[in-house]
Design a protein around this ligand. Sequence first.
Ligand SMILES: [Zn+2]
Ligand SMILES: [Zn+2]
Length: 255
Amino acid sequence: MISLRLLGCNGGIGGKDRQTTSYLLQESTIIDAGTGLTILDLPELAAIDHVVLTHAHMDHIACLPLLIDSVTAQRESPVQVWTLPEVIDILSTHIFNEKVWPDFRKIPSPDSPFMTLNAISQRTAIGGMFFTPLSARHGIPACGYLVENEGVALAFSGDTEDCPSFWEAMKQSSTLKAVVVECSYPSALTNIAQVSMHMDVPSIVARVAELPKEITVVIVHRKPGLEDAIEAELRMQLPSRDLIFPKPGDVLSFG
Ligand SMILES: [Zn+2]
Ligand SMILES: [Zn+2]
């Protein structure tokens, strides 16, 4: 069984119903650390042992520095951050650089820090589940993840333009129950989707049509103000699919 609480699943902010990407899996592991983290109270934040990042864009890491700092008095072990080696380099250079934010890998001491940054490049056990990086194309180091637990698998696209090898991986998993995929723009804005390297309605329609019908498709990362247009287009063009358009705080369970 995998329980998925969508803390933030929007492509931007604007009122309490728009929070950027952060997903709580089971009790203590999150994918990405966007503003969705702000809907958790302090004990829930302190229970987060693992943060698995898709990439270093601000909407996916905005609350990571604040999370680490906020739970220091509540925790006795470091928060373990997992991501691609190239993303670790970006975070080290641009965020945890003693200028924008302290380097919590050395505080209070390198032997017993508040945070660790761990490279993930293949199937790895994290928080009682298995995480495998999946291909993404977003113009910077980025990935999606296949998450497996007890014979159930969920796929997360992260931010990406249409990426053939991601969808190829979907066909390889025999236990796949759901794909959580970004769709940032409606059909009228395919040009913006292309320059910003995001998915849009036409690319989702083409890819989802190839997926087995029993796989649930969870649409995330809709850009603010475009949510209704994206949902209307996808429901019209994929009428027989199980499509979910979540709001921050929604809980889904697969198993
Ligand atoms: Zn991004
Ligand atoms: Zn994003």
